[in-house]
Ligand binder design. Sequence first.
Ligand code: DLL
Length: 436
Amino acid sequence: MIFEHQFETMTRTELEKLQVDRLKSVLKLAYDRAPFYAKRFREIGFEPQDFKGLDDLIKLPLTEKEDINRHFPEGFLACPPSQLSRFHASSGTTGQLTVMGYTCGDIQNWARLMARCFSAAGVTSADVVNVAYNYGLFTGGLGAHYGAELLGAAILPCSGGASHRQVELMRRLSVSVMCCTPSYALYLAEVAKDDGFDFRDKDTFPLRVGLFGAEPWSDNLKKIIEERLAIKALNLYGLSEVMGPGLSVECLEGQNGLHFFEDHFLAEIIDPQTGATLGPGQLGELVVTTLTREAVPLIRYRTRDITSIFFDPCPCGRTHLRMTRVMGRSDEMLVVRGVNIFPSQFEDLILSEKTLSPNYQITIDRENELDTLEVSVEPNPDNFFPLDEEKLSETLGVKIKEHFGITARLRLLPPKTIVRGQSKTQRVFDRLRGKI
Ligand code: DLL
């Protein structure tokens, strides 16, 4: 089912007209009410009435996370503080909290967008949804909660943690849909196994689909989750500065790219170095302009997320553009001996070795003036035979060399050595740049 058919299947002409109308209002709102944008626009001599069409947007400056950190709330709030109904925050990689405010209208729109996501995953009021994203300042828990509630589904608000109890409840309450980070989904499968259960046993666990996101994950990890849990693993994307989860989602029919809700957000792809606009199919940084946010409209916000967009029709009938799986953040790209690599690209290579597990860490260091890269990984728990570390190291080393042209060392760890997270998992320990 398509939750908001009238919006999700609009023709491009209808959609662009709606976007232009909404953009005019958003630019006026930002200029009239948010001092940060009023100052910015004045500096470049731009007045909202100058805006004629979508092409004019790229003339406006980009907004950075740092701008929000410095100027929220005074500079960004476009509504009277009395109209605020919620705050959320995200800690990001730097550890500094980026805070966001929402009006009642923003929360209602968010619920509708998350209901669209669940609906794209085939969820109905007959489902039982376990929300294992953390509830609280993080947007995952409450975002998923409100969407599932709007659809009329029954919600099990487990949040992250207490994993044995969570598996037990999923069994007893016949949970059919799960929402959490992809790494936590794998961990729950591991916990179930320790407790003598198997998510693949559909008489015990009628689980059939998961909406996973909040961290980068690879195609190979998707395959592993689908095999281990015998479910469809769909990608859910969003970020708290712009709203939270629910900017885009994969649908059950297509399972190829994430439908980006263009009636609420405008997407651009730019070259992260030069800021130049890139076309469909070109990999770059996603820049988002909010079209309906009331409390904190954002104009050309740099997400730092690396993806590409495409406009091909999808069998599900939704017409909005799709984005490819986010490879990682431009500010989390690894630079090893001058080569740029995203951790998710490593994940794909590690998991192409069937004897290795998705529990891995990458450590970057320096020895004798040279960058070193070590992949520490646990073996696949389904292996029957002990692994030959030297041979595996060689095979993986060759693949890494072929793909990236750099040498890597493999370290096999005993099973369950790597700490499992309830939320976003830290995979990279970059001793050169202090991200440890
Ligand atoms: O992670 C919102 C969210 C919650 C999304 C639950 C999906 C599911 P933040 O904590 O602000 O918000 O982190 C946002 O996480 O800029 C991306 O770098 C990354 N991210 C989110 N979803 C995905 C995804 C939430 N599906 C940051 N794939 C974003 C890859 C993702 N990265």
